[in-house]
Design a binder for this molecule. Structure first.
Ligand code: NI
Length: 390
């Protein structure tokens, strides 16, 4: 297998750690057991510093190379949280917690980075400092943001930061990344429409119908992607909730629309936000009502920095060979809160192929243990290559 030999020897150990974490999934910031295991293991490996409680339940480990002439410090990040899903995978180490499951492979990400930390703490064959970052609450809780706000980058002087996610559907052991946007921004929107209630049969002419206004707004919002966004750029606007009314013969006084927006470009994100407000407001006014838009920015675009994406691809080629690395991957409209770390420091996110299998967030999802060695090898090569001991 095209992976670092001594890391491959850790594969069974990494799989055992993963299965234990998999059996005991925890959600969002409530990752106390997992963070406890990570803390204990990092100490056992001999990390120079192990600090739990960063960004509430995140853990940071510091590993100094045998030299520190370069003055370089790079961060490697894994996520630890699971999802509120009832597992149906049937694996022998399936979740023991009803309604919770590692259905996005964060148990695998944690095990890989632990494996890399063990190797790096033992060998220290680099010139600089490696920071291993284990974050809580990737699945919608903004744990990456919480760690950055808690001083992650400044406290340990992190200069570059790297992240990795498994990818069902991409062949096993293949890597994919790209300079620029790799994943989308993810925002939510709510539109509150105010009209004038009335008798739907006898007095429609005296009412201001919020169902009609809401319907016009839903349709018109779809013109933003087709008529405001550059056809060569990407955006998604989905209205997923339309709530109004209490009876068949009453024109409702209010209506509420809600939905999600994805973009791959901060300027397009600004444009879409502005146009949603303008369209909702002017349509409501045209019909004699009013609309108030609440646009909530959640995760930014996961924007790889060109130089670091180049380094990531180079390292991946070292580990799995040139044929197995796509360094111009087509971006996906999913989102990642590693994006907050990429806003704070230059860095890159990569996907690691798992082969065939269920998608992430599916109740039958199974993480492929064969890729633990590839992931851990990527991490150690990244450290050894970007901070060579000479
Ligand atoms: Ni995930």
């Amino acid at each position: 297998m095209p992976i670092v030999n001594r890391v491959a020897a850790l594969s069974d150990e990494m799989a055992a750690w993963r299965h234990d974490i998999h059996e005991n999934p925890e959600l969002l910031y409530d990752v106390h057991r997992t963070a406890g295991i990570v803390t204990e293991k990092l100490k056992e490996f001999g990390c120079d510093e192990v600090v739990p409680g960063i960004g509430r339940t995140g853990v940071v480990g510091v590993i100094r190379g045998r030299k520190n002439g370069s003055g370089k410090t790079i961060g490697l990040r894994a996520d630890m949280d699971a999802l509120p899903i009832e597992e149906t995978s049937g694996v022998p180490y399936a979740s023991k917690v009803p309604g919770k499951m590692h259905a996005c492979g964060h148990d695998g990400h944690t095990a890989m980075l632990l494996g890399a930390a063990k190797y790096l703490a033992e060998t220290r064959n680099f010139d600089g400092t490696a920071i291993v970052i284990f974050q809580p609450a990737e699945e919608g809780g903004g744990g990456g943001k919480a760690m950055v706000e808690d001083g992650l980058m400044t406290r340990w002087g992190i200069q570059e930061v790297y992240g990795l996610h498994n990818m069902p559907g991409l062949p096993e052991g293949h890597f994919a990344t790209t300079p620029g946007a790799l994943l989308a921004s993810s925002d939510s929107l709510e539109i509150f429409v105010q009209g004038k209630g009335g008798h739907a049969g006898a007095g429609p002419h005296r009412a201001v119908d919020t169902v009609l206004i809401g319907a016009q707004i839903v349709s018109a919002l779809q013109s933003i992607v087709s008529r405001n966004v550059d056809p060569l750029k990407s955006a998604v606007i989905s209205i997923t909730m339309f709530q109004a009314g209490t009876a068949f013969n009453i024109i409702p006084e209010t209506a509420r629309l809600a939905g999600t927006v994805r973009t791959l470009d901060p300027e397009i994100r600004d444009l879409v936000e502005r146009r949603i407000g303008e369209i909702a407001d002017s349509i409501a006014r045209a019909y004699g009502g009013s609309a108030e838009t609440k646009y909530t920015r959640m995760y930014p675009v996961t924007m790889n920095h060109a130089r670091e994406a180049g380094i990531a691809a180079e390292v991946a080629r070292d580990v799995v060979g040139v044929d197995r690395v796509n360094d111009r991957a087509i971006p996906l409209m999913g989102a990642e809160d590693f994006s907050f770390m990429l806003e704070a420091r230059p860095g890159a996110f990569v996907f690691l192929g798992m082969g065939d299998g269920n998608e992430c967030h599916h109740p039958g999802y199974v993480f492929n243990d064969n890729i633990l060695g590839h992931g851990a090898s990527y991490w150690v090569r990244l450290v050894e290559k970007s901070m060579p001991a000479g």
